[in-house]
Design a protein around this ligand. Structure first.
Ligand SMILES: Cc1ncc(COP(=O)(O)O)c(C=O)c1O
Length: 468
């Protein structure tokens, strides 16, 4: 058996082969290794292969064995060779049909997408982000590019604490802020810290993100569902809980705001009992009919872990999120993240700091708010016109809304109807802790399509709903 190493063409190619054989068998072994690499996708279509001399030297075999194996695979259609240029993997290699996984229509990505949870990723301000990255890198001290402090780079903690205090009403200092790789990684950190503190039970809104529930369970916490009504999560049975996870500004996905009374009830319960509230402020910047509801955290900063993300305001691929921690949890969180090193990338942290400091973040959010509001208005007006019997619920906020279906119409039926029109939509039941929802409804993520696709995507939704 032999592994290849860097060869004279500077290309590494890993091949397992038998060298203890006669030349025809060695050649066959090279050919088999290459076929395996192409058919499994390890060598992608178009990949340039090393010259036969270089690969032979790496493998410690005769050059002719490699040249003959290449020729054989060219003849079989796996590779292409042109006079004067390198041998490459064919664009459509002749993979035997038995090896090709049959396309499963149910798995096929649909062309039109109204699933919730995404911003319009085409709106990511690439040019402005690049300008901010350039400026940030030009002035970044060298040690900001090393293993950073577990709580994140001071530049971002300082910029964000100013923004969160000003725009979201959070009680925060740079010292109480910890940067994480998106809300999800922040929640994983918090769950681990709470579990290590002896917390056992956590209340979760009966409708929510399945991934977040899975993550809390993984940390060993026991989940207790809290019903959700038109005033948000119901603060019932709190005496059996050590913590709760809430989306107070805009319940995900039902879309209501936690009422002032309930905010006060949750806050005073936590203050009285030492329980912890995790506040997931995932889209609090997007409120269209009046000023955004400020953070619940301001009511009880010693008992609320405030969590935010750039996934909706900018784009999920940045993997940037933040936590504002009560003082008693800060050292534990810092200790934990210094072990895992699951932090956000330094360059992205520096860039977001620059983006905020130069006012670009605020300007970008204001532009997105206008656009998403227009989209929501078009959706609501279109539904009122074409299917006036359908009620839209959830307040005028965020990136999604809920369309309630008539009695007796199952979510699955509509989702299938949409699928047959190449349109992806989610049912409300898929967010329920027991996969159950009353009444049946769709969660429509109107931010998801690219601008040029929005009209067609809406038309498909209206046709689907019009045929119910
Ligand atoms: C309820 C909720 N919270 C938070 C997030 C953001 O998660 P992350 O910051 O890990 O992308 C999402 C994303 O879909 C969400 O739906």
């Amino acid at each position: 058996m032999a592994n290849s190493r860097a060869n004279s063409a500077g290309l590494d190619l890993h091949l397992e082969l038998r060298r203890d054989l006669g030349r025809p068998r060695v050649r066959e072994s090279v050919a088999t290794g290459l076929r395996e690499a192409v058919s499994t996708g390890r060598l992608a279509p178009g990949t340039t292969l090393p010259p036969s001399r270089a690969l032979a030297a790496d493998l410690g075999i005769a050059r002719n064995s490699v040249a003959e194996a290449y020729a054989q695979l060219v003849a079989e259609g796996w590779l292409v060779a042109r006079q004067g240029s390198a041998t490459k993997v064919a664009d459509h290699p002749a993979i035997p049909s038995a090896r090709v996984k049959p396309a499963h229509t149910a798995d096929r990505p649909l062309r039109y997408d109204l699933r919730a949870g995404f911003p319009d990723v085409t709106s990511f301000p690439r040019a402005e982000w690049l300008a901010a990255a350039r400026a940030a890198l030009a002035k970044a001290p060298p040690d900001s590019l090393s293993y950073g402090p577990p709580a994140g780079l001071p530049q971002l903690r300082s910029a964000l604490s100013g923004y969160l205090a000003r725009a979201r009403g959070v009680r925060v200092t740079a010292a109480s802020l910890a940067i994480c790789a998106g809300f999800t990684s922040g929640l994983a950190l918090v769950a681990a810290v709470l579990a290590s503190y002896g917390f056992r039970t956590i209340g979760v809104e009966a409708y929510g993100h399945g991934r977040h529930r899975a993550l809390l369970r993984d940390a060993g916490l026991q989940l207790v569902p809290l019903p959700v009504d038109e005033y948000g999560a119901v603060p019932a049975g709190l005496e059996q809980l050590d913590a709760v996870l809430l989306t107070p500004a805009h319940q995900f996905p039902v879309g209501v705001a936690l009422s002032p009374d309930r905010r006060a009830q949750f806050a005073s319960w936590a203050a009285r009992t030492g329980a912890v509230i995790i506040e997931d402020d995932y889209d609090g910047e997007f409120r269209y009919d009046r000023r955004a509801v400020g953070a619940l955290q301001a009511l009880a900063p010693d008992h609320v872990i405030y969590a935010g993300t750039a996934s909706k305001t900018l784009t999920p691929g940045l993997r940037l999120g933040w936590l504002v921690l009560p003082a008693r949890l800060e050292p534990h969180a810092a200790e934990r993240s210094s072990i895992t090193h699951a932090q956000a990338a330094a360059v992205e942290q520096l860039t977001l700091a620059e983006f905020i400091e130069t006012g670009r973040y605020d300007r970008h959010i204001r532009r997105r708010r206008l656009e998403y509001r227009r989209r929501r208005d078009r959706l609501v007006a279109g539904l009122a016109h074409r299917t006036p019997e359908l009620r839209v619920s959830g307040m005028s906020a965020g990136l999604h809304t809920v369309v309630n279906l008539p009695d007796g119409v199952a979510e699955a039926e509509i989702i299938d109807g949409a699928r047959s029109r190449d349109l992806a939509v989610d049912g409300l039941a898929s967010y329920h802790i027991d996969d159950d929802s009353q009444p049946s409804a769709l969660v429509i993520g109107y931010a998801t399509p690219a601008p040029h696709a929005y009209s067609t995507t809406l038309a498909r939704l209206f046709t689907t709903l019009g045929n119910t």
